[in-house]
Design a protein. Sequence first.
Length: 247
Amino acid sequence: MKEKLRGTLGYLVAVGVFLAIWHLLSSFSGILPGIVPSVSYLVGNLDIALSDTVITLENTIAGFALALALSLALAWLASLGGFVEDVVKSFNVLVQSVSALVWALLFLIIYGFTSRLPAISVAAATAFPILLSGTLKGFEVARSEYGELSRILGLTRIGEFLNILAPASVPFIVASGRSALGAALRISVVAEAFGASGGIGYRLWLYYQLHDYEGFMAWALLLVTLMVVLDKVVLERLEAWSRKWME
């Protein structure tokens, strides 16, 4: 209880520092709007904010789901060992080396500037190496602990995957998934800004181009709030649950 109280207090202090810095910057700037005008702008446009939030979440979750499916498939292939495992791990390193900006521009070239596919694809490309690293580690630990059991039971590769590797890797997948989903959400708005017809990133870029800085700061605050709520309310609790999985 004491640790939770201390953590909550620390979080409130961090929020206070963040808002204080914002207030100071707006005080010294003749352009940057303050906290109150930005919040008022957001409250006055809640319908648009809700619509953009739904679009961004849909793009991010769709990309995350694709990355998770691909990570599980490649981790299963890597569990075959030998040359296949080396190829999968090398592929993961190559994907990690590509900048999120490169992914965003690349998918815009492929899909065009009015599709939601670039945002989904960028989210997937960003989440994938993080998820794959966690899944590979989970499968490695599961094989070392339960590999003998799998052989005694005479499980097929698919049976081993479904009954041992995937379930035993849940804590590793959830832990890496927390970082992966946060990164995917941050990057998906970049693709929305470059070319999309909706979403938080699209609105941020639109307000910036129109020199509507109250709208820009309001949607920046919306993005930060969304990320904090998603992390603290959903992902943090999911990670705590996954740790109990190992007990």
